[in-house]
Write a protein that binds this ligand. Structure first.
Ligand code: FAD
Length: 503
């Protein structure tokens, strides 16, 4: 059911990160033809976490026209070169999943094949010995670097850490300036069109009625419109990703300021550490079948690098996805659409990619079933690809020291992931889908980091003689060391370019 003049009134329900990114993006790209309203409730509030991102966020910021330094100043943001995984494949293990390439691909052959050949001939250096990001992270350094010296090596790929509440405020300011109308209130009832069953309006607790032609459900885990009202079911993936709770707590700022997120495996889950300008975000993600909430809070507080600034705050979730993301005239975006736990900081990216997909398929006069099916098909695929990447971290481990890790190591996993592990384990090759969010470099780092060592390498890597290979690897290391020596510290870079005035 649409208004007589087509789809003109867009109603976004929810004002967390998802709601305000949707409002900002629609105002920027379709603001000329749509009347956009956003409903949120201060009494309900937002989930209040979600502070680490992946590089794709830079694309969103560019589309919105954000000035990077202003954005970081206002959100107390820092730079992120990747995620350090500690104790995942075995106690005492450590690797950085960086956003960049490692080494340098030669011809058609990915660098890790040359590295593997060298290792099979007795070389003891790890792949990360040739990583610009690793060396910069080790030395807590950062600057914007497109290329390494005058070589063809790409420079530092990065994302951000920021304060989730300030991020939503920044987006809100942007969206309201561009004509989005915010309504405060709690949704009490939903009005449906008699014939089509489409959503016609929502009624707020202050008796206000907000009518619309199209609705975006950004109500968080409640999934008020798509889940509750339209009764779209939920596919539970807990058997593959068993963590279902988190405790979050802020602590004092870390010095020197690390340019990366840390994810440390714990006995029944893992703990995050996200460095911001004014504080550190910490959280313990765990499975309630293997540890109690009190114990999880104790583990978190006992493992902070800096003094806690508050009490731990509990959050519950179920990993999985809605059976459909778009039903009738309603699309769920953000936590209302599903949840992939935060191990690889993918949720904000999913919000962004779903909004750009929706804008690409957004109806003008009336909703076409084909557009809706296409949206659902592509979104399901994206969720499943990320799911497999996350499972890899849990499943490929030598840890059997707790019941939780024994479960993860021995659980069955999707066939798609089993195939990828076998392919990489035999010859270092990747069966990566072309539209996979994670690049080849990411799969290689996480496979190796989790202990999947290829038994062989691509024979094309034999094209170099031993002497040439030695020279190539040695030169790479020198070039990387020189580049990192010239970088300022992460803290100095921020102080010079984007320090928050009251951080
Ligand atoms: P919410 O923030 O919950 O917002 C829901 C909105 O709906 C609120 O404004 C609320 O007021 C409104 N609302 C609800 N019901 C009603 C009602 N009846 N009437 C009116 N308004 C209503 N993502 C990342 O990308 N990186 C991370 O590092 C990361 N870490 C995370 C850690 C944890 C433990 C969890 C649980 C999530 C994490 N996420 C992370 C995910 C991220 O937090 C969310 O994707 C993001 O915050 C978006 O949330 P949201 O806007 O969908 O929901």
């Amino acid at each position: 059911m649409t208004s007589e003049t087509g789809i003109k009134r867009l109603v976004i329900v929810g004002g967390g990160t998802a709601g305000w990114i949707a409002a900002a993006a629609f105002a920027r790209l379709l603001g000329e033809r749509l009347e956009i309203a956003l409903v949120e409730s201060d009494a309900i509030g937002t989930v209040g976490v979600g502070e680490a991102t992946i590089p794709q966020i830079i694309r969103l910021n560019t589309i919105l026209g954000f000035d990077e330094h202003d954005f970081l100043r206002q959100t107390f943001g820092t730079f992120k070169l990747g995620i350090e995984f500690v104790d995942w494949s075995a106690r005492g293990s450590r690797y950085l999943h960086t956003f960049g390439d490692t080494g340098l691909n030669l011809g058609n052959v990915a660098f890790h094949h040359y590295w593997r050949r060298h290792a099979m001939q007795g070389g003891s250096e790890s792949l990360w010995h040739y990583s610009l990001h690793q060396l910069a992270a080790d030395q807590a350094k950062f600057a914007k670097l497109e290329r390494v010296g005058n070589t063809s090596m790409t420079g530092l790929a990065y994302a951000y850490h920021f304060d989730a509440t300030l991020y939503a405020r920044y987006l809100r300011n942007y969206a309201e300036t561009r004509g989005v109308t915010r309504h405060e209130g709690i949704v009490q009832t939903v009005e449906r069109a008699a014939e089509s069953g489409d959503i016609a309006a929502i009624m707020l607790d202050n008796d206000r009625r907000i009518a619309g032609d199209f609705f975006i459900d950004c109500t968080g885990f409640r999934s008020l419109l798509l889940g509750h009202e339209l009764e779209v079911g939920y596919q539970d993936w807990s058997h593959w990703l068993p963590c279902n709770r988190a405790q979050a707590v802020p602590s004092r700022r870390i010095d020197p300021l690390p340019p990366f997120t840390r994810a440390t495996a714990r006995r029944a889950g893992w703990q995050w550490r996200i460095p911001l300008q004014h504080r550190t975000g910490n959280g313990h993600v765990y499975c309630s079948e293997f540890i109690s909430d009190d114990e999880a809070a104790e583990v978190l507080l006992a493992n902070l690098d800096t003094e806690a600034l508050d009490d731990p705050r509990p959050i519950r979730f179920t990993t999985g996805r809605r059976e459909q993301f778009w039903a009738h005239n309603c699309v769920a975006i953000g936590l209302s659409s599903g949840f992939l736990e935060p191990l690889e900081s993918t949720s904000i990216h999913l919000i962004q990619s779903n909004i750009s997909r929706l804008i690409e398929l957004f109806p003008r006069d009336r909703i076409n079933a084909a557009d809706r099916e296409e949206y659902n098909r592509r979104t399901i695929r994206e969720f499943e690809q990320i799911r497999d990447f996350l499972i890899l971290h849990y499943h490929r481990t030598d840890r059997e020291d707790t019941e939780f890790w024994r479960y993860c190591k021995h659980m069955s996993v999707p066939d798609s992931l089993t195939h990828k592990i076998e392919l990489f384990g035999s010859g270092g090759r990747l069966g990566r889908d072309v539209d996979d969010l994670f690049r080849e470099a990411s799969w290689v780092q996480v496979m190796l980091g989790q202990g999947v060592t290829p038994a062989d390498y691509n024979p094309m890597a034999d094209q170099l003689s031993n002497a040439q290979l030695g020279q190539f690897l040695g030169d790479l290391r020198k070039i990387i060391e020189k580049a990192v020596a010239g970088l300022p510290s992460h803290a100095d870079y921020i102080a010079q370019h984007c320090a928050a005035t009251n951080a």
